[in-house]
Design a binder for this molecule. Structure first.
Ligand code: ATP
Ligand code: MG
Length: 646
């Protein structure tokens, strides 16, 4: 938040170089006309190396995140900043003091040498201030940005490390809010808060020093008479305005929420003829926003002039009392002039320090929320002694596994089965039976509450994530595509794959047809989540991704469910080659897909109720036979065509 309207330094003299930076607008790229200048500026900038972060290991630094722990590593640079700021304040505040010497020793004694020296020193001081201030602003700006960059990387790294359950619990929007509203609030605290605090405090110290060195009694008049009035006024303003600014922020959130809903629901709104209603509702929220803003402006409208009034009163008081003191020969004219000038230099910091309290509170609230994220530890951690999984044959064993997303409510109960190396193993069963959950345990998205999951005899809990997941490939039920080209999406697991390999993978899953249809072929950009492609096309791309990665163990969760039968049979032929010698878990509702597996397991209510080959299970006449019969009756196709059976 910038400074409210009307809040400037009071009085006309000794203008206070505003150093608050406005951090309001989002970055929208560098306009071309500035590009050259920006390049020139960047040429001076030191290179910041790409941070080296370890994504696998849990952060060894277990201290809770506080403002202090965050700033401590930068304490020396902060000390340099404070030194620079102090130097800057002295140079800036030298003016009235020099004026006093000029008047008392130059003008009054008609000593032009003194006057010339004073003018020379004054000039040197303002030139020096220009130079020091420029360096200091560069230095603190860079320091602030480095701090924030460090924090952003740390937070992002932490988010990447967290386990899947965190993302199920937390709404993506709230995580985004951490990044888009809490980080900027902290940035403000650091940039405007801490650095401005140092500047204001140093100015107060320097000005007090100058005042005391000139006349103790007049200084006490200022400190006792004028400063409390200024502090009281500013506190009043702060108390009244912060509530209103808070309310204004809430109201603008309402405006945005209403806008967002109207935009995203625009089709439904049009279909239901709700435009008029929406316009009226939006007008009402805008009205509320305007009202809160106006009431905040009313408070600011009192404060700005009142602060000027108090400041000027202070100057008048100093003029009267100082004038009498000059008259009785207790003080020189130059000193009184310097005092009058210094008063304004004294008030700006008081106003800003009170204002800072607000920034500080918001910043602290943000620190608290960010700490909440850091305090969340991965629920599926990589153990400290985790080993690399050697190249596997692909045996997967569930040993008496019980698992529930919430421990109280088990989804899988006492699962005990082995998938042999190189075997194609199908999981079938009703919706919600727990098939995808089994797949999530194999990839160790979750740990079982009881029992173990083993790959080639290695307990997953003891393995390094990267070595495990490198050998597993998953085509999930809802494939996710990233913003980028189709080529990049296919090569996601193997960014180093050559063009021929990518094209070969496409050929295998038969998406050349699709690529021919697209304007730029394989280099056609996909939108985020692949919204511009059909569900089936997304599945094909996800399959091509798995073909290219050639993992030892492949999990296909309904990977062909959205394809037409012709494409599916085409893919299934391709799968036969891909799956040769690999372990595969096929999850399928279409039993024609499941039938191809060497063994089929029927999952019901979190248990495996039957395992066997298609023919065995049919002969047994159990749940699978029932499932198969239902499926066939509802138009499923089997080895015999439905027409034959009729
Ligand atoms: P489908 O055939 O519809 O894909 P599925 O057999 O794959 O079903 P799962 O996704 O394994 O079913 O879900 C099993 C049960 O676990 C369901 O009752 C579901 O509601 C529940 N479940 C799934 N994911 C979560 C989650 N993240 N948190 C809590 N419960 C979950
Ligand atoms: Mg599923």
């Amino acid at each position: 938040m910038g400074f409210p309207i009307g809040m400037g330094p009071p009085g006309g003299f000794g203008g206070f170089a505003g150093q608050t930076q406005n951090t309001g607008l989002p970055f929208a790229g560098i306009p071309p006309e500035y590009a050259e200048h920006v390049d020139a500026l960047l040429a001076d900038e030191e290179e910041t190396p790409i941070p080296d972060v370890d994504f696998d290991q849990v952060d060894p630094d277990e201290r809770p995140f506080t403002l202090r722990s965050f700033l401590i590593p930068y304490r020396f640079r902060f000390a340099v900043a404070v030194l620079l700021i102090g130097f800057e304040a002295i140079l800036l505040q030298l003016g009235p003091w020099l004026l006093q010497i000029g008047i008392d020793h130059g003008v009054y004694r008609s000593n032009f040498t003194v006057l010339q020296v004073v003018v020379g020193v004054y000039f040197a001081a303002i030139a020096g201030h220009f130079f020091v201030a420029r360096r200091r602003i560069q230095f603190t700006g860079r320091l602030g940005q480095q701090l924030m960059k460090g924090l952003r990387v740390k937070l992002f790294t932490h988010l990447q490390r967290l386990s899947l359950d965190f993302y199920t619990r937390e709404k993506a929007g709230r995580i985004m809010a951490r990044m888009t509203s809490d980080l900027p609030a902290m940035e403000q605290l650091i940039q405007e808060g801490i650095i401005s605090l140092a500047t204001q405090a140093m100015t107060l110290v320097v000005v007090s020093g100058f005042l005391f060195s000139m006349d103790i009694r007049l200084t006490l008049v200022v400190l006792i008479g004028v400063v409390p009035a200024m502090v009281a006024l500013t506190l009043w303003f702060h108390r009244n305005s912060s509530k209103r600014y808070e309310a204004a922020r809430e109201r603008i959130a309402d405006v945005l929420a209403d806008l967002q809903e109207s935009l995203s629901g625009v089709r439904i709104i049009a279909l239901n003829n709700r435009q008029d209603f929406n316009i009226r509702r939006h007008r009402a929220v805008i009205e509320d926003y305007k009202d809160t803003n106006l009431s905040a402006a009313r408070v600011a409208a009192v404060y700005g002039p009142a602060a000027n009034f108090v400041g000027s009163l202070g100057q008048i008081a100093v003029l009267i009392i100082g004038g009498y003191m000059v008259y009785s020969g207790e003080i020189s004219v130059g000193k009184v002039s310097a005092f009058v000038l210094y008063i304004s230099a004294f008030f700006a910091p008081i106003q800003q320090l009170v204002q800072l309290h607000n920034t500080y509170q918001q910043g602290q609230a943000a620190v608290g929320k960010i700490r909440g994220v850091f305090d969340t530890k991965p629920s599926v951690p990589e153990s400290s002694g985790a080993r690399d999984l050697p190249d596997i044959r692909g045996e997967i064993r569930f040993e008496n596994v019980t698992f529930g997303y919430e421990a109280r409510n088990p989804i899988l109960r006492g699962l005990d089965f082995t998938i042999r190396p190189g075997e194609t193993f199908a999981l079938v069963g009703e919706t919600g039976a727990g098939k995808s959950t089994i797949a999530k345990l194999v990839t160790r998205f979750y740990d079982p509450q009881e029992g173990r999951v083993l790959v080639d005899g290695h307990d997953l809990v003891d393995l390094r994530f990267d070595s495990l997941r490198r050998q597993l490939g998953v085509v999930p039920q809802e494939p996710f595509l990233f913003a980028g080209t189709i080529r990049e999406n296919i090569a996601f697991a193997r960014p180093d794959a050559s063009d021929e390999q990518v094209v070969e993978a496409c050929r295998k899953v038969g998406i050349e047809g699709l690529l021919d249809r697209l304007p730029q072929g394989i280099d056609t950009p996909c939108h985020e989540r692949g919204v511009t492609l059909s569900s089936g096309e997304r599945q094909l791309i996800a399959l091509a991704r798995a073909f290219l990665a050639q993992p030892r163990v492949l999990i296909l969760d309904e990977a062909t469910s959205n394809l037409d039968l012709k494409t599916e049979s085409l893919i299934e032929r391709a799968l036969d080659t891909l799956l040769e010698g690999r372990t595969a878990i096929l999850i399928a509702h279409r039993l024609s897909t499941a039938m191809r597996a060497r063994r089929i397991a029927v999952v019901a209510e979190g248990r495996i109720v039957e395992i066997g080959s298609h023919t065995e299970l049919l002969e047994r006449g159990g749940p699978y036979a029932l499932l198969f019969e239902t499926w066939q009756r509802h138009g499923g196709h089997s080895r015999e065509s439905p027409a034959d059976q009729a």
